[in-house]
Design a protein around this ligand. Structure first.
Ligand code: T1G
Length: 699
């Protein structure tokens, strides 16, 4: 046997055990090992076969790292053909998360037994793919239409119990899985149970079913903003009804190969690995000591502080939520309870679960209650002096060895750390609003932040189900620093000839979750207004960048919260409506500034905004603020609604051609603004082929 697959007979049952850490992915040596074991079992004295896995999970899928390389035999479809046609009765023993090709392997067995804690799923759609080893043909035959649509277009795993109601799992057990599986196999043989093959089951679509498929096609196209894989999955499900099994497999393979060749899948596979790479910090390894954090203090019970408290309480931490007055902290707790009540209504939590989480939160108006906290996160008003006062107090009250973090969006971590005697224990933990929903967490290291403190913050980010990305210190860190040129170009497109609806529409049709001006209205135009009040005219740049935004705020048009900003908002539905008054303000400002408006194409809007992001991202990379280009992609996809099917601003630039991008930036430099469009050195080098974004590391 190979090192990753072993075979032995237990109590007359041949047991194939896969041991390929960390997730038993179906790499070539695993496929070859299983194939060899099946051949051996065909002729030995075993009466049945069990396929099981060592480690924390049954096979979690094909080996994604092999994608894009020439296929190596046996391919997974070849292996599953061998398994499906095996002369002996086969049983898959499932624990952990049997996913993708792993669950397809189980579906090619005659029976499936699972631990009650196990989950099964077909997450390929999250990679821009589809189950390409028979899953789209077997699941409909076993589980029917609605379960198939649910499993394959959401990609979300389901419990073994639910899978058993869909006939995808035959037995759910607790206790020793291998013992139970061997016993189950022996019972099946003794009972002369049939060699149940999914391919033999029938799957028929009624007209109502076909109407449901058509409805799902339309819904998914809108909901995913143009992802192709879900559409191809629905076509596979239709093929499962319209074609014989083998013909359906051929159709599935055709559509799977279309997915594999689709830039959307390359982008989504890039994001899969980018998210995991982001958790790795240069200089940190498994020997880096982590601070033990159980008790978390949060200063500020406002929107951000309350949302942050929810994240930690849900993850089981003890939380002390502090604000200046009983009314303020109680208002924060009430808001948290209200948010959880909505989750209960949506069926996400039970009341019992919420009660347990709420019990983790203790309100307080005394910093002294944080004396024994292991980590304190400050989430007060975005003003440096106020934050420094908070950190002075915390520094004198909190125990030695407590981490002091700021949720600041812009302030210097070094300026904050400088007022403490423990700068090594100070860093930024920048959450995104709403903090209990948005996945991104920017961990911002100060000049003196220790590696242990940084590593602890990154690990805690994962514990509270966030996607942590490390950022160095600069104004706006990674995300908000890139947002400035992005917002600048949106404003200038508005001044130079476009309308809010054209700008936002172009970006949303391109794939952004929300257009830039609508985002401004959502966040509140007064935030930028207040930030600009602290800047000199020179720092603010050309008045064209902000004149209209200032005038909107001065007219009381703060955005959604005041009912109008760049748009009018329906008070009931909060849907946005164009407002001629805005264009009057724009045209007035253009006259004052001598700007002659011109037609601007959607393509120019998209190029200016996406290249503004990528060019600033390249500068951030050159300066060592971000560790790697893919970290920047993670920031934008998880914190700013950048479409995963484009893979983030840096991946998108490479996918659409860095040479073209560099040329467009140079032309913007010459035709729009030399100041705004300085091509980053790194992009210039990469465009010449002297380095790649993926390989770049700040020395
Ligand atoms: N292939 C290769 N490496 C994988 C992998 C996979 N399928 N899944 C995980 N890894 C690596 C991951 O990069 C990380 O590496 C380490 O394992 C731990 O992962 C034909 C075509 C199973 C729920 O999409 O959802 O089958 O960073 O940090 O949080 O139809 O991994 O340590 O070097 O995520 O405990 C379908 C993807 C593939 C499942 C575990 N399967 N994986 O989560 O650990 S396509 C998937 C996951 C397919 C067939 C199709 C999760 C997990 P490193 P981790 P985790």
């Amino acid at each position: 046997m190979s090192s990753v697959v072993s075979y032995a007979i237990h109590d007359s049952v041949g047991v194939i055990t896969i041991d390929n850490a960390p997730v038993n992915a179906l790499s070539l040596n695993v496929r070859a090992g299983i194939s060899t074991a099946l051949k051996t079992a065909e002729h030995d004295e075993s009466i049945a076969i069990v396929i099981a896995c060592a480690g924390r999970t049954f096979i979690a899928g094909a080996d994604i790292t092999e994608f894009g390389k020439p296929p190596q035999h046996p391919t997974l479809p070849e292996l599953l053909d061998q398994l499906d046609g095996h002369p002996k009765l086969t049983v898959a023993a499932l624990h952990g998360t049997a996913l993708g090709g792993g669950f397809e392997t189980a579906l090619s067995c005659h029976y499936r037994i699972a631990l009650e804690s196990a989950k099964v799923g077909l997450p390929e759609v999250k990679l821009g793919l589809l189950p390409g080893a028979g899953g789209t043909q077997r699941v409909p035959r076993l589980a029917g239409l609605e379960a198939s649509i649910n499993m394959m277009t959401t990609g979300n795993p389901v419990s073994a119990q639910l899978a058993s109601t869909w006939s995808l799992v035959d037995r759910v057990v607790s206790g020793d899985l291998l013992d139970e599986a061997v016993r189950y196999a022996k019972t099946l043989v003794a009972d002369q149970a049939s060699h149940k093959q999914a391919r033999a089951a029938t799957f028929v679509l009624t007209q109502d079913d076909r109407d449901l498929l058509a409805k799902n096609r339309a819904q998914l196209l809108k909901k995913t903003r143009g992802e192709n894989a879900p559409q191809r999955i629905l076509s596979c499900i239709e093929a499962a009804a319209d074609l014989e099994f083998d013909a359906g497999i051929i159709r599935e393979r055709e559509l799977f190969m279309e997915c594999m060749a689709d830039p959307q899948s390359a982008a989504m596979r890039h994001m899969f690995f980018a998210e995991r790479a982001a958790a790795k910090v240069d200089g940190v390894d498994k020997n880096t000591p982590l601070v033990n954090v159980q008790h978390v203090g949060i200063i500020g019970a406002g929107t951000m502080g309350g949302g942050i408290a929810m994240c930690f309480a849900q993850a089981g931490f003890t939380v002390t939520l502090v604000d200046m007055s009983v009314e303020a902290v109680q208002a924060g707790v009430d808001k948290i309870a209200k948010n959880f009540a909505i989750s209960i209504k949506r069926g996400r939590f039970t009341q019992t679960q919420v009660d347990a989480v709420m019990a983790n939160i203790t309100p307080s108006t005394h910093y002294e209650d944080l004396a024994e906290a292991d980590l304190v996160i400050e989430a007060v008003f975005e003003n440096l002096a106020i934050k420094q006062d908070v950190f002075r107090s915390l520094d004198s009250i909190c125990k030695a060895g407590a981490i002091l973090a700021s949720n600041t969006s812009y302030q210097s971590i070094d300026d904050i750390a400088s007022v403490t005697k423990r700068p090594e224990w100070v860093l930024g933990m920048h959450f995104f609003s709403p903090a209990n929903v948005m996945k991104l967490l920017e961990v911002v290291k100060g000049a003196k932040s220790s590696l242990s403190v940084i590593a602890t913050a990154m690990a805690i980010g994962k514990k509270i189900a966030k996607v942590p990305v490390l950022s160095g210190m600069c104004y706006g860190f990674i995300g908000n620093r890139m947002l400035r040129p992005y917002g600048r170009e949106a404003t200038l497109c508005l001044m130079e000839g476009a309308t809010p609806a054209q700008i936002d529409g172009a970006m949303e049709r391109w794939g952004m979750a929300m257009g830039p001006l609508a985002v401004g209205d959502l966040a509140g135009l007064d935030i930028g207004y207040k930030a600009r009040e602290q800047l000199t005219d020179a720092q603010k740049g050309s008045p064209a960048n902000y004149l209209v935004a200032d005038r909107l705020v001065e007219a009381g048009r703060l955005g959604q919260k005041s009912g109008s900003g760049y748009y009018q908002y329906d008070p009931e539905t909060r849907s946005r409506m164009d407002d001629p008054l805005v264009m009057e303000m724009v045209e007035q400002a253009c006259q004052e500034l001598g700007i002659e408006r011109r037609p601007i194409s959607d393509e120019e809007i998209i190029d200016r905004l996406t290249l503004a992001l990528a060019n600033e991202g390249a500068k951030i990379l050159e300066e060592g603020i971000a560790q790697r280009a893919s970290d920047i992609d993670v920031v934008y996809c998880y914190g700013y609604g950048f479409p995963r099917l484009k893979g983030g601003p840096m991946h998108n630039l490479e996918a659409t051609g860095i040479g073209r991008g560099a040329d467009r930036i140079r032309s913007f430099h010459d035709t729009l603004s030399a100041d705004n469009w300085q091509l980053s050195k790194l992009l210039g080098d990469v465009a010449q082929g002297t380095s790649t974004l993926a390989d770049f590391r700040h020395d």
